[in-house]
Design a protein around this ligand. Structure first.
Ligand code: RTP
Ligand code: MG
Length: 136
């Protein structure tokens, strides 16, 4: 059964020239792109996207970071796409949790600057895809 997930290449990934690397790994895994766009993130969208973290110590920094430059937003599709992309991304902390061979494990050093986002459940994916691609 096919699933859809929302993937972001965060501003650090875009500014470091890692968009191709991320897309290449998505494609090599066998997942398909259903939508792909380079865009500037308004604060209101960032707040809604990360609403689950409202009130946490890192929330303000997270919003500043995600609105600090362009991101690439994608809808990625395939069997178990949500878990499959989280596997490609690696754990949230690029050093303590992500293993080598994952995007964060290979290219990240700090938790805030961890290069990519992927939806974490079917419910999150549906909510996030509506938020980022309302016309899809
Ligand atoms: P994401 O939502 O971006 O895909 O990341 P995730 O599921 O792996 O991690 P999550 O717990 O949802 O956290 C969202 C993002 O907030 C930043 N963060 N900073 N300083 C901190 O302790 C901290 N914790 C989280 C990271 O950018 C993380 O990806
Ligand atoms: Mg998350």
């Amino acid at each position: 059964m096919s699933e859809r997930t929302l993937v972001l290449v965060k501003p650090d990934g875009v500014s470091r020239g890692l968009v191709g690397e991320v897309i290449s790994r998505i494609e090599r895994k066998g997942l398909k792109l259903a939508a792909l766009e380079l865009r500037t993130v308004q604060r209101a969208l960032a707040e809604q996207h990360y609403a689950e973290h409202d009130g946490k110590s890192f929330f303000a920094d997270l919003l500043d970071f995600i609105t600090s430059g362009q991101v690439v937003a994608a809808v990625v599709e395939g069997p178990r796409a949500i878990a499959a992309f989280r596997q490609l991304a690696g754990g949230t902390d690029p050093v303590e949790k992500a293993t080598p061979g994952t995007l964060r494990g290979d290219f990240g050093l700090e938790t805030q600057f961890n290069l990519v986002h992927g939806s974490d459940s079917v419910e999150s994916a549906e909510r996030e895809i509506k938020l980022w691609f309302p016309n899809l």
